[in-house]
Design a binder for this molecule. Structure first.
Ligand SMILES: Nc1ncnc2c1ncn2[C@@H]1O[C@H](COP(=O)(O)OP(=O)(O)OP(=O)(O)O)[C@@H](O)[C@H]1O
Length: 799
């Protein structure tokens, strides 16, 4: 990769470092080789001074991975070394740490400005800018030129890994002008990823080593808890406000998304699962190489872009029947050079690039400024979304993260202003207040309950679909859970999975119980719904019925009143008190009133259909009555009455005739008896006389009765005549009404005039009454006829 070597060489020359070491370090990432060559150069020009280490990192040192060789750092001549030690309790109480790292003067700087410096370190925490107006700055730590890579890792990198292992999101920024040592701090030398890292290896590879050694130790120490780890990594570059996936360079211009569960993430960014530090380092090297290629292709320096390497660490273990799930995200950010990009004279892409680099860094500055204001109680909008960088790292700045900012500065006088700018930036960043929390769901029950809720929700929707006649298959128990801020969804193997101890029979039976209870509840709910609907329908029907009954009662009362009036009128007519004409006029008047009253009710009548049926029935009745008349029954009855009448008269005549004859005979026989039997005692004669007189009396009685019967028959005859007339009149009236109304059944056959129905009904009732009277008269005539017959027989007996 000669072009990479060329680029590295050019940078080194720019800062006065020699290239000779390049040939000494064989398979190296060119970008990272800079520090090796430079250190070699520094070592050759400056005496080596041992770095005082105030605290041993026994765990890390013992395994030998992080051990310094003692040849890596060349302390500056006459430099005063300060104790540079970490405070193990720092991260317990703080979420943001700011460290200043000075790099040694480069040969070019020395050649230009000599050994003059723009800064003077006062203590391990304070540094004074010795420029035009001296300014003193205090930080959490100030690392001078003598601080080794290993030391930097132990102070900055190691606690970050510990934080992540504890479930905290963590972030490390390297800030500073170009050539100030950001990449040296973050990456340093990387020896191809296959061998143990060199003394100049930066924080990132050491972080990988330490991370996996911690994981291994955790696994060994917590075998009983069956702790499992899953690590993933991603690597991206933000250049010109565009995101490039360094692990998949074909993915360009990726978009940042925000999700309630996942938090802020880059859509479609490749996340590669890694099982070892070497795997992760290989990804880092590959990404760095891709970054170089991209920079070269675009004819730009990588210092103009920001790079973010992210490690995602997830762990799961069991403790006392509870499953714990923890995750953390570690962002390792190498920012673009903080010096102002020169936009004057730049055109096209260069101008755009300069603008965007300035934009993202100025937004970062603004975000930090506003966060500081916020921590001072002011309410300000924090413009995270104004740049890709701040949007992506939103959590790391003022959010859920433990963040460390390493501000790299050059002590050279030639970098005085940029150094001052960096110190000011770092000073502000010191006031950022983050709110880091452990990303852990320590309650397996909660997880299970969540999953049960999901299951029950599915069950609910399935039952709903069943209730609605659908059939939805929701057999798949596999579900995924995700937690707020989680880097991704945590795959859960479902209730039938075998990985969780909570997938016990107890859980299964609980689930079944819930299902049964839920199904029961649904059934009851459905039953209640049905019952309620039935009750509502019943209630409505009852109300309708009550109303109908009310209306019917009203109608019936009215009809009754009309009937009574009609009957009275008919009686009056029969008694000859009023004329039939007056009665009809009166009745017509009454009918009109009745029609008027009923008309007001018809609109709201619920029984129109019933009336229509009734109408048909009445029509049938009318037809029957008509046929009764038309088929000659009336004449027949008249005829029968006449026959009876004649027979009765004949019987009477015959009787009277025989009575006169028998009286004459009796007289004759009496005379004879007197003449022949004068000697008969008078008593016998007297005996015959009372018998004769009783017969005479009886005959007289029968005669009178016959006359009365005749009179009665005459009367009945008259009544019958009247009934027939009345019937004819009513039939005519009905026909008229029927023609008038000819009850219009609507298209659906349901709408008829209820008033007219009532009227018709009344008429039919009147007809029925007339028919009844007619029948009664008929019956009476028959009775009389029978009586006459009996009388006749008696008379014959007497005769
Ligand atoms: N603490 C240090 N000790 C020894 N050499 C250092 C140190 N810091 C930086 N250097 C050397 O300085 C040179 C520039 O450093 P580096 O490339 O890391 O700067 P940078 O800030 O990343 O620049 P850029 O923004 O252009 O990428 C490198 O050759 C590096 O090896």
């Amino acid at each position: 990769m000669p072009f990479l070597l060329d680029t590295a060489s050019a940078i080194k020359k720019r800062f006065g470092f020699q290239d000779q070491s390049i040939s000494e370090s064989v398979p190296c990432t060119p970008d990272l080789l800079k520090s090796v060559s430079r250190d070699h150069h520094l070592a050759s020009t400056q005496p080596v001074v041992a770095t005082p280490a105030s605290r041993r990192f026994s765990d890390w040192d013992e395994d030998g991975h992080g051990g310094a060789t003692g040849s890596e750092v060349a302390a500056p001549r006459h430099a005063q070394s300060f104790e540079f030690s970490e405070d193990p309790s720092f991260w317990k109480d703080h979420n943001v740490q700011v460290i200043i790292r000075l790099r040694p003067l480069s040969s070019s700087e020395i050649s230009v400005q000599g050994h003059g410096k723009c800064v003077r370190q006062e203590t391990c925490q304070t540094i004074t800018w010795t420029g035009h107006l001296e300014s003193r700055f205090t930080f959490d730590l100030v690392a001078d030129e003598t601080v080794s890579q290993e030391k930097m890792f132990k102070v900055a990198g190691l606690p970050m890994v510990d934080n992540c292992m504890g479930g905290y999101n963590s972030c490390m920024f390297a800030y500073g002008q170009t050539g100030s040592g950001k990449t040296h701090t973050m990456l340093g030398d990387i020896e191809g990823g296959t061998r143990r890292h060199s003394v100049n290896c930066g924080i990132t590879p050491r972080v990988f080593e330490y991370l996996f050694s911690r994981i291994q130790k955790e696994k060994e120490a917590r075998k009983e808890e069956k702790i499992k780890f899953a690590c993933k990594c991603s690597f991206l570059e933000i250049y010109n406000e565009q995101i490039l996936d360094l692990l998949d360079p074909s993915s360009t211009n990726l978009q940042i998304r925000e999700d309630v569960k996942k938090g802020i993430y880059v859509e479609n960014l490749k996340e590669i699962e890694v099982a070892s530090a070497r795997d992760m380092l290989q990804q880092l090297i590959q990404g760095a190489a891709n970054r170089k290629v991209a920079a070269t292709n675009m004819n730009r320096a990588s210092s103009r872009s920001h790079s973010v390497f992210t490690c995602i660490i997830e762990s799961k273990w069991e403790s006392q029947g509870v499953t714990h799930h923890r995750f953390a995200r570690l962002n390792l950010v190498d920012l673009a050079g903080s010096e102002r990009q020169k936009s004057s004279g730049a055109e096209g892409e260069r101008l755009k690039e300069a603008t965007n680099i300035n934009k993202s860094l100025s937004t970062l500055g603004l975000v930090i400024m506003n966060l500081v204001s916020l921590s001072n109680g002011k309410s300000l909008h924090v413009p995270y979304r104004d740049s890709k960088l701040t949007f992506l790292l939103q959590d790391s700045l003022g959010g859920n993260s433990k963040t460390i900012i390493i501000a790299n500065i050059s002590p050279s006088l030639c970098c005085s202003l940029e150094t001052l700018s960096t110190l000011k930036f770092a000073q502000r960043a010191k006031f950022i207040k983050n709110n880091a929390i452990i990303n852990e769901d320590a309650s397996g029950d909660v997880i299970v309950m969540r999953m049960q809720i999901q299951q029950l929700k599915k069950e609910v929707s399935r039952l709903h679909s069943l209730v609605n006649g659908g059939a939805e298959s929701l057999d798949n128990d596999t579900s995924s859970l995700s937690f707020l801020g989680s880097p991704g969804q945590f795959k859960w193997e479902g209730l039938h999975g075998s990985s969780s101890p909570l997938m016990s029979e107890k859980r299964m039976s609980q689930k079944k119980d819930y299902e049964v209870a839920l199904i029961g509840a649904f059934r009851r709910e459905k039953d209640k719904d049905i019952g309620l609907k039935a009750l509502q329908a019943e209630n409505q029907a009852a109300m309708q019925l009550a109303k109908q009954r009310e209306d019917e009662i009203k109608s019936l009362k009215m009809i009754l009143r009309f009937r009574e009036a009609g009957v009275k009128r008919l009686e009056a007519v029969a008694a000859g008190k009023i004329s039939a004409e007056t009665h009809l006029l009166k009745e017509k008047e009454e009918h009109l009133k009745e029609i008027e009253v009923l008309r007001t009710q018809v609109d709201r009548s619920q029984e129109v259909t019933r009336f229509a049926t009734e109408n048909l029935r009445l029509k049938e009745e009318i037809r029957r009555l008509k046929s009764f008349c038309e088929e000659g029954e009336r004449e027949m009855m008249n005829e029968q009455i006449m026959v009876l009448q004649n027979k009765l008269l004949e019987a009477l005549d015959w009787k009277l005739m025989h009575e006169s004859d028998s009286l004459a005979i009796q007289k004759t026989s009496l005379n004879m008896d007197t003449e022949v039997h004068d000697d008969l005692p008078i008593s016998i004669q007297e005996q015959k006389s009372p018998r004769q007189s009783s017969i005479n009396e009886e005959n007289e009685f029968l005669r009178i009765q016959a006359i009365q019967n005749q009179a009665e028959i005459d009367l009945l005859h008259k009544q019958l005549e009247f009934c027939f007339e009345e019937k004819d009149r009513l039939e005519r009236a009905i026909n008229e009404r029927t023609e008038q109304l000819e009850l219009p059944l609507s298209t659906d056959g349901s709408v008829v005039n209820a008033n007219d129905q009532m009227e018709l009904k009344t008429m039919v009732d009147a007809i029925a009454a007339a028919s009844q009277r007619e029948a009664e008269a008929h019956e009476k005539a028959i009775t009389l006829y029978t009586e006459n017959n009996e009388l006749q027989l008696k008379l014959e007996t007497f005769d």
